[in-house]
Design a protein around this ligand. Structure first.
Ligand code: HEM
Length: 488
């Protein structure tokens, strides 16, 4: 790939001509990932833009993405110094910190270990295989009740709030071993704060791209910081409480697992470890990452289920045939290939995280023959890979069957082509947790409820662009399946 030939002229990637100061910002349009798919036709997999004053390399195409995230992963594993990220945990965030190096690697390892330790923690009741399954099962039965109540009260309802509260509760249970009533004020405040934080940071923040803007006292520029601090106070209180009540023989949640990993294992081997503030920021990273993504996925899933009632019916038949009326478990994923195919099709088709979190080069490097200097911000267009016509037959059709082989089994090699959790060094920590959680939410709801759209409503499947892309608000009706079959 032309690496190492220093005498050759260094060629920058091609790209559209930038305007002074604003660069190519005006060309991004409402859906930048689509704009980039168009630009790819002209410039190829790798091109260079200027967003404001900041040069950004955009990477498309499965092979080139693999080059960046896997083969040359170390050179692209940094995070850019963006204003929106800079206040997150005072730059110590696992997900956003610009400090990439040995101590970051240790930090990620500690967080992964804690998540793994926790995932194995034993359930309190004997019907569940682990604590995580128990929390999700408890939360989804509450969600089913809320759906039925909202339908009988209002005829139809927008499920977004109920989903957000349910998923936030799973995250609270995971992180702090505690769930909240959907009407609890402290809880609602945290849910709202997180929502506000995302809204504030999902607008392309001008200060990220035109650095002198960050000194202006504008609301859009400084709002994320205030929201983040409020969220962090909530998390810090819980972590402090855990530090005083921690018992190594009784693992309650991820916070305990983190304390365990830091205080025991690493202390014993005298390897560098996380201090209590870093534990707080790690919990806050997991809290933030595990909440918005999963609830957005469920919000899309319910929309597709009411838009394609025949797909909903196929999933329900599969559930009835294979697990009947017993509560679904993680283990059941193996026996519900169509349901698994549906979840993967939601990931691919919605691509609700169109880009990974931005990356940054840690050294000068060469990509597809182009020279990319150290500290270059890099966007990975996952949406493009998930809609690439050379990989997917009719990518713009929603078709779960594409993931099944001729025996109606899940085709793992096709599943692996969906890019939604990233790959390599910066890959998502929570993929297993997320896949298990989404499976239990969907199967339990569909085992018990028939979901329908409001008879007079037209559904719109186009997303609103943001850090995570959400559907436009919609209404659904939920009816108990036992009553629908007995009344039929
Ligand atoms: C990072 C996707 C759920 C924890 C990421 C990244 C993506 C992603 C695309 C960035 C990868 C990159 O920058 O290259 C998702 C999706 C989820 C999900 C689609 C749900 C459907 C979760 C959950 C947790 C989690 C449940 C934790 C319990 C993290 C963390 C990072 C991350 C800590 C930062 C990793 C790093 O910077 O090295 N996720 N995620 N995620 N995710 Fe997830």
């Amino acid at each position: 790939r032309g690496l190492g030939n220093k005498s050759r002229k260094q060629v920058s990637p091609p790209g559209p001509w930038p305007l002074p100061i604003i660069g190519n910002l005006l060309q991004l349009g409402e859906h930048p990932y689509l704009t980039f798919m168009e630009m790819r036709k002209k410039y190829g997999d790798v091109f260079l833009l200027r967003l404001g004053m900041v040069p950004v390399v955009v990477v498309n195409g499965m092979e080139t993405v693999k080059q960046v995230l896997l083969k040359d992963g170390e050179h692209f594993a940094g995070r850019p110094n963006m204003h929106t990220f800079s206040f997150l945990a005072e730059g110590k965030s696992l997900s956003f910190s610009v400090n990439y190096g040995e101590s970051w690697k240790l930090h990620k390892k500690i967080a992964s270990n804690a998540l793994r330790t926790f995932s194995k923690a034993e359930a309190k009741s004997s019907t569940c295989s682990c604590l995580l399954e128990e929390h999700v099962t408890e939360e989804v039965s509450e969600l089913v009740k809320v759906f039925v109540e909202l339908t009988s009260k209002n005829g139809s309802f927008d499920p977004r709030n109920a989903i957000t509260c349910a998923v936030a509760n799973v995250v609270c249970a995971l992180c702090f071993g505690k769930r909240y009533d959907h009407s609890d004020e402290e809880f609602l405040k945290v849910v709202k704060t997180n929502d506000d934080l995302l809204k504030a940071s999902s607008v392309a923040n001008p200060a990220d791209f035109i650095p002198c803007f960050r000194y202006l006292p504008l609301k859009i520029i400084n709002a994320p910081r205030e929201f983040y601090q409020a969220l962090n106070r909530f998390i810090a209180l819980h972590v402090q409480d855990h530090l005083t009540t921690y018992d190594k023989d009784h693992m309650r949640d991820i916070t305990d697992a983190l304390i365990n990993t830091c205080h025991n294992k690493y202390a014993a081997t005298k390897t560098a470890t996380l201090n209590d503030n870093e534990i707080i920021s790690t919990v806050s990273d997991l809290f933030g990452a595990g909440f918005e993504t999963v609830s957005t996925c469920l919000y899309w899933s319910f929309l597709y289920l009411i838009h394609y009632p025949e797909i909903q019916a196929t999933i329900q038949e599969e559930i009835d045939r294979n697990i009947g009326l017993k509560p679904p478990t993680f283990e059941d994923r193996k026996s519900l290939p169509y349901t698994e195919a549906f979840i993967n099709e939601v990931f691919r088709y919605a691509s609700f995280l169109p880009f990974t979190i931005p990356h940054c080069t840690t050294a000068d490097t060469i990509l597809n023959g182009y020279f990319i200097p150290r500290k270059t911000c890099t966007f990975i267009n996952m949406y493009q890979v998930n809609h690439d016509e050379t990989i997917w037959d009719h990518p713009n059709l929603f078709r779960p069957e594409r993931f099944l082989n001729e025996n109606r089994e899940l085709n793992k090699s096709v599943v692996e082509k969906v890019l939604i959790f990233g790959m390599g060094i910066r890959k998502c920590l929570g993929e297993d947790v997320a896949r298990n959680e989404i499976f239990i939410f969907l199967t339990t709801v569909l085992q018990q409820l028939k979901l329908q759209k409001h008879p007079r409503a037209e559904l719109d499947l186009t997303p609103t662009y943001g850090l995570t892309m959400k559907p436009r608000p919609y209404q659904l009706q939920a009816e108990l399946r036992s009553s629908s079959s007995s009344s039929a």
